[in-house]
Write a protein that binds this ligand. Structure first.
Ligand code: ADP
Ligand code: NA
Length: 358
């Protein structure tokens, strides 16, 4: 529809992995390729969200050279890497707005204004809050983690997004964003009452892909923050050797050497079938693949080869971006993206301030 806008984000908390790729990034590219020319496509590296997790030290000097040491250097490096990955998976820096969230202060400003409407009861029922805060223990629970969904709502609403592609784990946050937009619009009605409300309620586009699970503990999702580290995941720029090795040592089960698809009772085997299916050129379902494949060894071998092929282009393009006077190029894309994003956000903020009387 005319005036449509897509917004989504990814945290710079480490090199994006297969789960991020299949659950999010690949779908963003598909949207880019299918969206009408006048649709705005906005993808953000959400660094303000990333600092809700404790700072991580010690990776300041990576392939990008000096990012500065300590936790700040680590975050700077992750931000550049994530932006390079967005381009490497096929997002065009001309067609899309690619930017670092903290370059656009309107995200934080709208977050505060929305906080004044946001329901703390709803926030305390968010699954992600319950999971993450339980890990940290009551005395250490922090406000930023609690209000994470308010910032996420601001991200989406400040750009007037009509469509937000996310994984299933984020759909509760999107529901919260719609609820909060409605609360704001009700608190600040416009006259005449026939004029469209200030904040637009976005539609969720759920990723058609299943959650990709950790290779070492296939009952929890593949995540950048998995304590099992590099063995548990495949990054989008993993070398073919690393892909083969980590899939070969992926945890399966002793039930049978035969293959069957049942995520409940055979999470490891089923996860590999899901991954294989995601990259299969013949688009065979996991059930069909389970029929056709003889044993676990073959499943691992063929899955690894499908992933190696599927990610080859991404790795190549990433290495290419890295070579091109790397830091400056990525920084320039981020600066241009920030300028476009500020313009888009300011349009909403003018109306918000006017409606509230600020
Ligand atoms: P992470 O949880 O690894 O830190 P993010 O929070 O940055 O990742 O999520 C970025 C996007 O990737 C979100 O849309 C999320 O739904 C999706 N995503 C993250 N992990 C997975 C996974 N294991 N499988 C499928 N999608 C995922
Ligand atoms: Na997440």
């Amino acid at each position: 529809p005319p005036g449509s806008a897509v917004f989504s984000g990814i945290q710079p908390t480490g090199m994006p992995h297969l789960g991020n790729y299949l659950g999010a990034l690949r779908q963003w590219v598909k949207i880019q390729d299918e969206a009408p020319q006048d649709a705005r496509l906005i993808f953000s590296i959400v660094d303000l969200h990333a600092i809700t997790a404790p700072p991580r030290d010690g990776h300041g000097k990576g392939e990008w050279g000096a990012g500065g040491g300590g936790a700040a250097g680590t975050l700077r490096r992750y931000k550049r890497e994530a932006l390079a990955v967005l381009m490497a998976v096929g997002l065009s820096e001309e067609r899309c707005t690619l930017f670092w969230q903290s370059d656009v202060p309107a995200h934080s400003e709208l977050m505060w204004i929305l906080s004044c409407q946001a329901s703390t009861g709803m926030l305390s029922r968010m699954t992600q809050w319950k999971d993450k805060s339980a890990k940290e223990g009551a005395p250490n629970q922090r406000l930023g983690l609690f209000s994470y969904p308010v910032l996420q709502a601001a991200d989406v609403l400040v750009h007037g997004a009509t469509h937000v592609p996310v994984g299933e784990d984020q759909s509760q946050h999107l529901e919260f964003a719609r609820y909060t937009a409605r609360a704001f619009n009700n608190a600040y009605p416009l006259s005449p009452s026939s004029s469209p409300p200030v904040l637009r309620e976005p539609t969720t586009i759920l990723s058609p892909h299943k959650r990709i699970m950790s290779l070492t503990t296939p009952t929890s999702k593949m995540s950048k923050s998995d304590p099992q580290g590099a063995k548990s995941r495949i990054s989008v720029i993993s070398s073919p050797e690393h892909i083969r090795k980590s899939i070969r040592s992926a945890l399966t089960d002793m039930q049978s050497d035969r293959i069957s698809y049942d995520p409940e009772t055979r999470p490891g085997v089923s996860n590999l079938l899901d991954i294989f299916n995601s990259f299969d050129k013949e688009a065979r379902t996991p059930e069909v693949l389970a029929e056709e494949i003889e044993d676990i060894r073959t499943l691992k071998h063929e899955t690894a080869e499908a992933v190696v092929q599927g990610l080859a282009g991404v790795r190549e393009k990433y290495l290419d971006i890295m070579e091109r006077e790397n830091r400056k190029y990525v920084d320039r894309v981020a600066a241009e993206g920030a300028e476009k994003a500020r313009k888009s956000a300011d349009e909403t903020m003018r109306k918000v301030r006017e409606a509230v009387g600020l």
